[in-house]
Ligand binder design. Structure first.
Ligand code: G6P
Length: 469
């Protein structure tokens, strides 16, 4: 196999195997962000093709070298659904759902992480740069360093890193920190995440931290400095700007409004169906606005795209039932034959359709209870080439640090959320334009290319410093 100078290691490949043996885009913000970076880098991407027991040889796809990792049905259950998505995911999202600590899941996590590390070690050229991604692979940086001390290793954490009081629940809290510290640069979404990590390192491992640097003692008695810093991720803004200008997509946006019966205002939510996204809170607020007569079904429609996610994990099954019950009740109470209160779509759509929805929506609702970044907020802003539309944005999403001109909300405060929705619905065009222009500037200037450039530059710097020792 040809060796690569640049290797991305992520739980998922950028494409998933579908039921007909073809490939389709993988879900989630990580893949959406990294794909454009990878296309330009000409490297290899090590990851899982999204289905159990699939043994596939490395292959080229769309200008990328893909190296599939096989996960058995047990691996999927214990490492992916179990430890990654029923232990780490809820714990790192402020225990919105109760994390479960199972020793067999942890054992599977170690085992699968070591297989990813070995695959990356096999494909990386001498002295290559390897960029490990996200919470499913927190042990890989240190495992890889042990296998290949010649590599420069980066790690980016796409989700929040929790406050120490929560993190310390994790029975394997020391091992996870040691795994991450195998990286030369550990990137986080928000300054607060990097701070939480540094605190956990000080308290659990008693290591010294200074500014962003962490002094990590090595087995040979030397000290290596790892950098833990915020690098807020973004999107390929130009792609959204281009799509939003296409006549057929603009036409599709008009058609969507017509299909919904030309309501005066369209509200939009776009999320994976995940309990971190605050979909229940959003529906509660909208339902109450209908109940108290502040809005009517002929006037305002909420379109909620909730793409299927982690469907075999209990907490996700329960959430789906609750959401669908609530949507059914609201629609039952308020729909007419010509208008619907909530158009609920439990489906995933291609990017073209998403941009048409963004253009059709007067108000975008991002009500996450906790979210690493939330790229949907940035996609909406980038798509509004007409400088119209209002973004209602939770202060618990990483994007709130950058998009200061959004209508900022606390999703737990239902009255506050209702007020923000009304303010958004009634916002005069001039104010929409002023807010949208300033957010658009930020997203265009801080796009995903800049994110990866800054991360990789920091990584490159650690390599240069290492060679001076
Ligand atoms: C988030 C995570 C990603 C994950 C994605 C989709 O964006 O940060 O690591 O890939 O959700 O979730 P899934 O479990 O389907 O990969």
């Amino acid at each position: 196999m040809t060796e690569a100078e640049f290797v991305v290691v992520a739980n998922r490949l950028p494409v998933d195997r579908d039921d007909d043996g073809g490939w389709r885009s993988s879900p989630g913000g990580l893949v959406a962000a990294l794909e454009p970076v990878m296309r330009k880098a000409d490297g290899a991407w090590v990851g899982w093709p999204g289905k159990a027991d699939l043994e596939i040889a490395p292959f080229d796809f769309d200008g990328m070298r893909l190296v599939p990792i096989m996960l058995t049905a047990d691996d999927v259950e214990l490492y992916y659904e179990g430890f990654s998505n029923d232990t780490i995911w809820p714990l790192y999202h402020d225990v919105i759902s109760a994390p479960r600590y199972r020793r067999a899941w942890w054992d599977a996590y170690i085992d699968v992480n070591s297989r990813f590390a070995r695959a990356a070690a096999d494909v990386a050229a001498p002295g290559a740069t390897v960029w490990v991604q996200d919470y499913q692979l927190q042990l890989v940086p240190q495992m890889l360093r042990e296998l290949r001390p010649d590599l420069t290793i980066g790690y980016f954490h796409h989700i929040p890193f929790p406050a120490y009081g929560l993190y310390s629940q994790l029975p394997w809290r020391k091992q996870v920190l040691e795994g991450l510290l195998g990286a030369d640069v550990i990137g986080f979404q928000r300054v607060a995440d990097a701070g939480n990590f540094a605190r956990a390192v000080r308290r659990q491992l008693h290591l010294e931290t200074k500014a962003s640097g962490i002094r990590v003692p090595q087995p040979d008695g030397t000290v290596r400095v790892s950098l833990a810093k915020a690098f807020p991720i973004s999107i390929d803004a130009d792609v959204y700007i281009e799509l939003a200008q296409r006549p057929e997509i603009r036409e599709r946006a008009r058609q969507i409004r017509a299909e919904l019966g030309h309501p005066r205002r369209i509200l939009l939510g776009v999320d994976r169906l995940d309990y971190t996204k605050g979909i229940r809170h959003r529906l509660k607020a909208f339902g109450e606005l209908l109940d108290d007569g502040t809005v009517t079904v002929t006037d305002v429609t909420l379109v909620q795209v909730a793409s299927p996610s982690r469907e075999r994990v209990d907490a996700y099954m329960q959430l789906r039932d609750e959401i669908e019950l609530r949507v059914g009740r609201i629609n039952g109470d308020y729909d007419t034959t010509g208008h619907t209160a909530v158009r609920y779509l439990h489906q995933a759509y291609p990017r073209e359709e998403m941009v048409a929805l963004y253009l059709a929506a007067d108000v975008m609702l991002v009500t996450a209870l906790r979210d690493g970044m939330n790229l949907v907020a940035k996609e909406y802003v980038a798509s509004r080439v007409d400088n119209r539309g209002v973004l209602v944005l939770s202060e618990f999403a990483g994007a709130a640090d950058e998009l200061g001109s959004a209508l900022r909300i606390n999703p737990h405060d239902i009255d506050g959320l209702k007020q923000a929705i009304v303010q958004a619905i009634e916002m005069p065009p001039a104010e929409q334009g002023r807010r949208m222009r300033s957010m658009r500037r930020r997203v265009r200037e801080h796009d995903v290319e800049k994110w990866s450039r800054e991360f990789l530059r920091a990584l490159e710097k650690t390599r240069a410093e290492r060679s001076k020792w």
